[in-house]
Design a protein around this ligand. Structure first.
Ligand SMILES: Nc1ncnc2c1ncn2[C@@H]1O[C@H](COP(=O)(O)OP(=O)(O)O)[C@@H](O)[C@H]1O
Ligand SMILES: O=P(O)(O)OC[C@H]1O[C@](O)(COP(=O)(O)O)[C@@H](O)[C@@H]1O
Ligand SMILES: [Mg+2]
Length: 536
């Protein structure tokens, strides 16, 4: 007997709202149960949210909730299964408990209290004993979309090698130049030989783009080419695109698994611990900060300004600052600041220059955009994907600082502005990101081979998990400035918080608190200034 089905099945207690802590009055959280049935060892309730997303929810005693991912067998009956070829792979056959148990799930919340619900869980990633594709029948494709990020080539390499070496899949295509490559360009044949050295290069060998997402043309192309596994590597925009591709595939009843691999140098994707390339970006940023520090320290009243990426989330700036110790002030989009007057930036710079003789400022590109908009009257412009095009805050703040010290102060300063943003994201991934990319790619391959679809893969509290698309696209991950990590930064730089008590607003949200990724101590206070961008 197939041991997957021999595993005990978690008890399905009752239909309940997805997250009992959420407000039921919110239209976003209204669910309609329209069916259920035993699948893959679980008996999920399938609920449709008012925004159209179908959610597979399994509940258990003690407040356990599994937010499961879709499976091909949800909408295609009587699919045959096959033994996992890994069972005969000499490398893996000796590994004890190599296969993931069907009821293994990963808790999103690991800090819990005696009487609190156990919260949301995700399906654990990894190989299953039975797969839903015969290796010879698989035609897989890989696409990369959005901005560059260190590690893209490593993920591509490891998907190709994982499919070839673990599952014996020999047909893998690269889609040329992002989503529009599905219907506008030729494909690139990917083999272990083609991808052998690519992890040593930055960028993506299959190209990327913004914009150009046309769901029906993309799914037509998938159908016409006979592709049955689609690996989509990209950020929040890309995962949104992947979600609608998956919905269309399901609507057409196609046996096509859609797997998302989250890519964002900004680390702005929620739920997962961190995104690949982030570690490399923080490391690379050190070089720029170091240069700014050397320049500033070598002249009288030297000021070094470094702009780092981070459109809406200041994680790179925050971590690069914490790592460096040479930074006097870090400005991020989540933390409003002001220039003039008591407690303002200029006053602080002046104080530091008098004390130390030099000053280093790190600023995330999305910081202070409201101040820029006030002083530079500009039209709201967007890139091809609909992302807001930002003004260059680094140039702007450098000019403001120069103007201030030349006109209103008797101090002569010497400012150097460094913009390493594209240099940082174009480098190859470092060792730890390479390992991380390998795990992401292999988890995605295991999930698709096992018939899961409509999922993004990523680590949740250190365990790789399959997360439904709607979870990673419903909001952005931001630095929570009332959490301990930002306090650590403030106490390391000694910069002003730019907040007065009146800015700290009561946040009695009943919704699940945002996971401030990377910070293991994410138990944010009830009283919080939170800035979240909702997309639903
Ligand atoms: N809401 C959406 N629906 C469908 N496709 C989208 C959506 N938002 C973005 N995309 C597509 O995803 C791709 C990448 O998006 P973009 O925002 O540029 O980068 P990232 O995925 O890194 O955030 C683009 O091709 C864009 O057209
Ligand atoms: O100039 P481009 O290519 O549009 O990229 C700029 C943007 O790309 C990023 O590095 C990453 O953004 P995405 O994750 O949306 O690709 C942002 O930090 C930055 O604003
Ligand atoms: Mg994005």
């Amino acid at each position: 007997m197939d041991s997957v089905h021999a595993r005990p099945i978690p008890s399905l207690i009752n239909f309940r709202s997805l997250d009992s802590s959420r407000s039921s009055s919110s239209s976003k959280n209204r669910f309609v149960s329209f069916g259920s049935g035993p699948r893959n060892g679980y008996s999920p309730d399938v609920m449709e949210a008012s925004n159209g997303y179908k959610r597979k929810i399994v509940t258990g005693s003690a407040g356990y909730v599994l937010e499961d991912v879709p499976h091909l067998s949800d909408y295609i009956p009587d699919l045959p299964t096959y033994p996992n070829p890994l069972q005969d792979n000499p490398a893996y056959s000796v590994v004890k408990q190599y296969f993931v148990n069907v009821d293994d799930t990963v808790a999103q919340q690991i800090v819990v209290h005696k009487d609190s619900p156990r919260g949301i869980h995700f399906r654990r990633a990894g190989p299953r004993q039975r797969v839903y594709f015969e290796p010879d029948d698989v035609l897989a494709c890989i696409v990369t979309c959005g901005g560059l990020c260190p590690g893209l080539n490593t993920v591509i390499r490891e998907i190709v090698c994982g499919l070839y070496h673990m599952y014996g899949v020999k047909k893998v295509l690269g889609i040329d130049g992002g989503y529009r490559g599905f219907y506008a360009r030729n494909t690139i044949t990917l083999t272990p030989k083609v991808v052998n050295d690519i992890h040593k290069r930055g960028g993506t060998i299959i190209g990327t783009s913004r914009g150009g997402h046309d769901t029906s043309k993309i799914v037509d192309s998938i159908q016409d080419r006979g592709i049955n596994q689609v690996y989509i590597i990209g950020g929040d925009g890309t995962q949104r695109g992947a979600s609608v591709i998956f919905e269309e595939i399901r609507r057409r009843g196609l046996k096509v698994a859609v797997a998302g691999i989250p890519k964002t140098i900004d680390n702005d994707i929620p739920v997962i611990d961190r995104s690949f390339g982030f570690d490399t970006a923080v490391e690379e940023a050190q070089r720029a900060i170091n240069a700014a520090h050397v320049e500033a320290g070598s002249v009288e009243n030297g000021i070094g300004v470094v702009k780092l990426m981070g459109r809406y989330s200041g994680f790179i700036a925050m971590y690069a600052t914490l790592a460096s110790r040479d930074v006097d002030c870090c400005l991020i989009p989540e933390s409003p600041f002001y220039l003039d007057g008591p407690g303002g930036l200029f006053e602080y710079i002046e104080k530091r220059l008098r004390e130390n003789g030099h000053f280093v400022l790190v600023i995330a590109e999305g910081a202070g955009q409201d101040l820029l908009a006030e002083s530079i009257h500009s039209m709201d412009k967007q890139d091809a994907s609909g992302n807001k095009l930002l003004q260059d805050v680094g140039l702007w703040i450098s000019q403001k600082i120069k103007d201030h010290f030349s006109s209103q102060s008797k101090m002569t300063t010497n400012l150097k502005y460094i913009d390493p943003t594209y240099m940082i994201r174009a480098v190859p991934s470092n060792a730890s990101d390479n390992v991380y990319c390998t795990l992401l790619a292999q988890s995605a391959v295991h999930g698709a081979m096992a018939g899961y679809t409509g999922f993004t893969v990523g680590p949740v509290n250190g365990r790789h998990s399959y997360i439904p698309f709607y979870r990673v696209i419903e909001r952005q991950n931001n630095v929570v400035i009332t959490d301990r990590m930002w306090a650590r930064l403030l106490s390391s730089t000694n910069q002003p918080s730019f907040l007065s008590a009146k800015d700290v607003v009561e946040d009695k949200r009943e919704e699940e608190p945002p996971t401030q990724n990377l910070d293991e101590e994410e138990d944010s206070d009830d009283t919080a200034v939170k800035k979240e961008v909702s997309h639903m």
